[in-house]
Design a protein around this ligand. Sequence first.
Ligand SMILES: NC(=O)C1=CN([C@@H]2O[C@H](COP(=O)(O)OP(=O)(O)OC[C@H]3O[C@@H](n4cnc5c(N)ncnc54)[C@H](O)[C@@H]3O)[C@@H](O)[C@H]2O)C=CC1
Ligand SMILES: O=C(O)C(=O)COP(=O)(O)O
Length: 537
Amino acid sequence: MYKVLVTDSISDSGLKALYDHPNFTVEKKSGLSPEEIKEIIKDYDALIVRSQTQVTEDILNSADHLRVVARAGVGVDNIDINAATKKGILVINAPGGNTIAAAEHTMAMMLSLARRIPHAHMSTSAGNWDRNAFKGVELYEKTLGIIGMGKIGAEVAKRAKKFGMTILGYDPYLTEERANMMGITKATLDEIAEAADFITVHTPLTKDTKGLINDDYLAKTKKGVRIINCARGGIIDEAALVRGLNSGQVAGAAIDVFETEPASNQELLSHPNAIVTPHLGASTVEAQEKVAQEVSEEIIDIFETESIRHAINMPQVSGEKQKKLQPFIDLGEQIGILAIQLLKHAPDKIEINYFGELAKEDNDLLTRTMIKGILSYHLSDSVNMVNALHLLNDQGVSFNVTKSPASKGFASYMELTLYNENDKAIVGGTILNGYGARIVKMNEYRVDVRPERYMLYIEHNDVPGMIGQVGSILGNHQINIGTMQVGRAEAGGEAIMVLTLDKQVGDDVAQELVKMDGLRAVQFLELPNGNVPVYNA
Ligand SMILES: NC(=O)C1=CN([C@@H]2O[C@H](COP(=O)(O)OP(=O)(O)OC[C@H]3O[C@@H](n4cnc5c(N)ncnc54)[C@H](O)[C@@H]3O)[C@@H](O)[C@H]2O)C=CC1
Ligand SMILES: O=C(O)C(=O)COP(=O)(O)O
């Protein structure tokens, strides 16, 4: 049974898939301090949060078997991603569920600014009937500058266009072509400052966007500009904004997100020309249901089928692509496990080569799986696909990946070479259409071995009688041979034998084998998930 902890206000109907699932229990505990979460986190397998819970390094380090932190929303700035990655904890989010809610909140803020609705409401509900103090402006034929043309920025553009606004968009990823398609104008930040009557920001908070709207920028804007932030506190420098409001350079500001939350900048919060809301952009019934549903379903998929869609600290792979690559991913891990057993010691350098069709794919996940296989031999459960590369780096192991369209005799082929000071180990594998996974190269030898749980790798001289002798020794110990493959560089030279066995070989058998004349090395190999199914590549 997997235990899921929910520490923010998350929609119950959105969590239905988890509540209904026989393998999951959900516990909702809102309003806990970081210390309280730290105390209890060791009991849980997954944690679901919104923006309020601070998922600190301290909390993550206290988690014994936490596998996933799920953000029911977009921004993950409240989660220590680095610490999660180091600990091998997957962080996922629900990137599309609250887009419409945030875009509509932005429109509501813009209209409220234009017509001063909150101020008029306060005055009217206090018993006044002042029809002159609240003359507004229209959005029609005004220019809106949108900084950050991602999902929310694009939805805001669509809606603002319907109001008859001219849209200028700035985003490093915005192409002329996409801007044309959306019926907006691609602009620079300065062009937006120069022409916009309203400016709204829809970027994440990064080192580039922190303080993007500051004193210098405001000085370039049109006098009387109106500014909206429903993205992240800190993109607009709050002190500079207050100065702009005081001087009249900024006619109004509508702010949903703050440099510190809960917001405490009284000058801004109580400014007569500011409209403020307590981080409500995503707070609609519909958005909350969608984001909770998205993360619930993904948590179930991760635990039940290991399929991941919206990982923050892992490469993204579409379901289709993952399905296609899955046989290689399974084989990749086995290649890693075999290679490290052949090398016997920790490697100081790793080389991975992809050939043929496989070279055309994004192999990041495959590379991680292979490295997970290698590292898990020494680091066991502490390594997973999230932290594999990180741990490799920590161990000071260099790694290099190359891709080549050359076929190497198979439609797709992957080869792993591990090096340490005195030695190297090579394992190459492929998926044969209709026959499944095959190890086709071990060290310098061509073989054709279906990976099985128990395997024996023998290096010997290519002289008559070796196969018979090995067979007899194993037979004497009641060890059944599944398959046997021999490979040799040249007749009468050095050769190898790779056997798949029905059970483990003890040290006594290995000792007996090494005593054989002409036998140079014996290595028992074990694959924890051996006997892979046959896949149709
Ligand atoms: N107030 C609220 O409750 C909510 C806030 N948000 C926040 O809104 C923001 C946008 O969310 P989405 O549109 O879903 O994200 P998105 O990832 O779809 O879009 C973000 C865009 O910002 C652009 N960007 C990054 N750096 C930039 C820079 N220096 N200058 C200009 N553009 C830059 C990116 O290229 C991307 O297109 C995020 O910060 C998110 O956390 C999202 C939902 C609700
Ligand atoms: O999704 C986001 O980035 C948000 O800011 C929404 O935050 P919330 O889920 O309302 O705490």
